[in-house]
Write a protein that binds this ligand. Structure first.
Ligand SMILES: [Cu+2]
Length: 234
């Protein structure tokens, strides 16, 4: 969009610069300035001005309308009939922890495709900001407060969640995977997490996660945090 606008504006500018370039025998425009009370001659009755104002107004109003419609949808939240998946998100230096309605705690957010997900975001220590750029989602994570956000992933895959507020030495590694799964695959995974294998959630990210994949993710994020901390200490 920006590129198209840039090309149009710059082309028009270059065209006019060429069209009105200084040529031999040209007249100095201000050689005979208007006197007080004298009306300027010529021009197209302000036609160009009217056209450009109208086009600008249409573009601006269209953008406002578009943003408004999007915001109404976002603010309204998912309809209760959509049966949103509710996940609690807690930021701690320096990891994200997700808790599902069945009590399962993990450091990798797994969600089903094509179903609304409601996130209740908070922090266990300092200010953080939770965000998933792929879903245009960002929420303050503040100790003692909760922030609600929702999104509806429409394509399976692995995305990134990360912290968007400088929160300490491990801020840059405060990220986690967001895995959007096929609904049936998700249901299967979720049913397994409910079997009570993960009652040992302590709030320590390295203890959380009940599947081997989660543990691997935890190990790798814990290892990368350790690397950063070690680097900073040197
Ligand atoms: Cu942070």
């Amino acid at each position: 969009m920006g590129t198209v606008v840039g090309i149009v504006v710059i082309s028009y500018m270059v065209y006019n610069a060429y069209k009105y370039r200084e040529r031999d025998g040209h007249e100095e425009p201000m050689a005979d300035p208007l006197q007080l009370g004298e009306l300027p001659q010529g021009g197209g009755d302000g036609k160009k001005l009217a056209i450009s104002l109208t086009i600008s107004a249409i573009i601006v109003v269209a953008l406002i309308g578009w943003a408004y419609v999007l915001l109404v949808d976002v603010e309204a939240g998912p309809s209760p009939s959509a049966d949103p998946l509710e996940v609690e998100v807690e930021g701690i230096q320096f990891a994200w922890q997700y808790e599902y309605p069945n009590g399962h705690t993990t450091n990798t957010l797994r969600v089903p495709e094509d179903r609304a997900v409601t996130l209740t975001v908070t922090s266990g220590d300092v200010f953080h900001t939770f965000g998933i750029p792929a879903f245009d989602l960002k929420a303050d994570a503040i100790p003692g407060q909760t922030t609600q956000r929702w999104f509806r992933p429409n394509e399976t895959g692995t995305y990134q969640a990360q912290c968007f507020e400088l929160c300490g030495s491990g801020h840059s590694v405060m990220e986690s995977d967001v895995i959007v799964m096929e609904p049936t695959e998700f249901e299967q995974w979720y049913a397994e997490t409910g079997s009570g294998t993960n009652t040992a959630a302590t709030g320590n990210p390295s203890d959380a996660g009940s599947t081997p994949a989660d543990r691997t993710a935890n190990d790798s994020s814990a290892a990368s945090i350790q690397r950063v901390v070690t680097t900073l200490q040197q």
